[in-house]
Design a protein around this ligand. Structure first.
Ligand code: PLP
Length: 475
């Protein structure tokens, strides 16, 4: 659907709440349909409580297909693993499995759950930033690919692998590369240098070692294709040297960081920043500027971004695509956000209207800030107001607040305009929250239960299995 067509149809939906200035969310058709059905939204929140994370994973397949098409056109074999840290639902795992995608896991529980969901070990990569012994043991027993981050971890894997019976198949591992810091690539606390991995690999028997080096991995902060091309150049160097030692790495995994856009309109995004810098008092809570935020609009996303990366040079005469093809290497990636684009929204119940002691209007929601929050300063997408039945109320501009008892812990620091008012009984919907915005920082602070999660299922929504799994360590 074109942007214009999407906007036309969703304009009435957006009329009830706009940021100052507006940042108009891209809405998937399923989101627009649900949000236009006031009764359905209210029924869901009545049934499952507030806040409620609503998922439809149909866009996951389309998002992945964009990447695959870009790789196909460049003659590159691509394998995609969805980063599970971006969304905890089992519905996402099932959708990945149905779409023929793998899953990247970041903890023991994530691994245990994808195995229990029937995911094949070939389709699992374990990139957890810390891997205690039980995580290593489970990965070894399942034969899921383990990404080795550092030498201590590699030694722990050796120690665990020594316990596997003789004659058992060798265990697949990938080496996490820490690319050389440069103008483009900031220093990283993950991985080891080419030199360190080569020293480690040199002492090993390429044919009989219990660990089999299947690939080289890296993950960079940010979204710069050029930085990834530079890191790929180093990864190729490591692959070539490993092969010279007799090892047979067959893939390079570029991790995540594939860009997406929450906003279609580049001009809105530009204007937001201009006004942010010119008159922060008018835009933000107590005028405090935002510091670190996700780029909610990006020029090149997913497919076009990957096409650009594959066409970039590595070395004097070769492109990334050619370098991979020449060596018969598979390209792997582990996107989270870019694959979950369009897969979820969060609904919250309005509980009250109030004002601060200096007369700033507030709209109180039954949720806390961790339930729509990532590691950046704010979620810069206009919410959608889903009105309860009844007449118009007094217009106002103000802020969304939630359960936290801390003055500055608002749901959003952006000033929002409600031209027809808003109040108890209405719902506020946060569009496109499936990637990181609902789960990565969620908490049960104040002993408020975590949000429920539902997944589209044959015309309705069913509770996701993850809600039955306690996040507390069993005694
Ligand atoms: C190792 C690794 N892979 C994949 C990802 C997913 O990144 P993104 O969701 O930005 O694509 C991350 C995110 O931190 C990561 O650390």
């Amino acid at each position: 659907m074109t942007t214009d067509a999407a906007c036309d149809r969703t304009t009435p939906l957006r009329a009830g709440c706009q940021g100052e200035p507006p940042l108009t969310a891209r809405l998937e058709p399923w989101m627009a349909e649900l949000l236009a059905d006031r009764e359905a939204c209210h029924d869901l929140v009545e049934r499952y409580g507030s806040p409620l994370n609503v998922h439809d994973f149909a866009p996951l397949t389309r998002n992945a297909a964009e990447l695959t098409a870009a790789a196909d056109d460049a003659g590159v074999d691509l394998r995609i693993f969805v980063a599970r840290k971006a969304n905890k639902t089992l519905g996402m795992v099932e959708a990945a499995r149905r779409a023929g995608l793998g899953v990247d896991v970041g903890s023991f529980r994530e691994l245990e759950q994808v195995l229990a969901a029937g995911m094949s070990a070939d389709d699992i990569v374990v990139t957890a930033a810390v891997k205690p012994r039980p995580t290593l043991r489970l990965a070894l027993d399942a034969r899921a690919t383990l990404v080795l981050d550092n030498l201590d971890e590699a030694a722990a894997v050796d120690a665990e692998a020594a316990g596997t019976e003789r004659g058992a198949p060798r265990h697949p591992v990938a080496l996490r590369l820490a690319p050389r810091p440069s103008d483009r690539i900031p220093p990283t606390r993950f991985g080891e240098s080419v030199a360190t991995w080569l020293t480690w690999a040199r002492g090993r028997d390429a044919d009989h070692d219990r660990l089999r080096i299947d690939g080289v991995h890296f993950h960079l902060h940010g979204y710069d294709a050029g930085a990834r091309a530079a890191a790929l150049g180093e990864a190729l160097e490591l692959v070539d040297e490993l092969r010279a030692l007799g090892h047979r790495p067959g893939f390079i995994d570029i991790g995540g960081g594939i860009p997406m856009s929450y906003l279609d309109d580049a001009e809105q995004w530009r204007r937001f920043w201009q006004e942010h810098d010119d008159r922060p008092d008018a835009l933000l809570w107590r005028g405090k500027p935002l510091e670190q935020v996700y780029p909610y609009h990006q020029e090149l996303v997913r497919g076009p971004w990957l096409r650009e990366l594959l066409a970039l040079p590595v070395g004097p005469r070769t492109s990334v695509a050619e370098a991979l093809r020449d060596r018969g290497l598979e390209l792997r990636c582990e996107p989270g956000r870019a694959l979950l684009d369009g897969c979820g929204l969060t609904l919250a119940q309005v509980v009250h209207r109030s004002t601060t002691s200096d007369d700033v209007p507030l709209l109180g929601l039954e949720m806390n800030r961790t339930q729509c929050r990532s590691t950046s300063d704010d979620f810069l997408v206009d919410p959608v107001l889903v009105r309860a039945a009844g007449g118009a109320r007094e217009p106002f501009t103000g802020f969304l607040v939630g359960a936290y008892c801390i003055e500055a812990e608002l749901i959003s620091r952006r000033r929002l305009r409600f031209p027809d008012g808003a109040g108890a009984g209405d719902l506020v919907a946060f569009p496109n929250t499936a990637g990181y915005l609902m789960h990565i920082l969620e908490s049960a602070s104040h002993q408020i239960p975590l949000a429920s999660n539902v997944v589209a299922d044959g015309g309705g929504y069913e509770r996701d299995g993850i809600d039955a799994v306690s996040p507390i360590r069993p005694m």
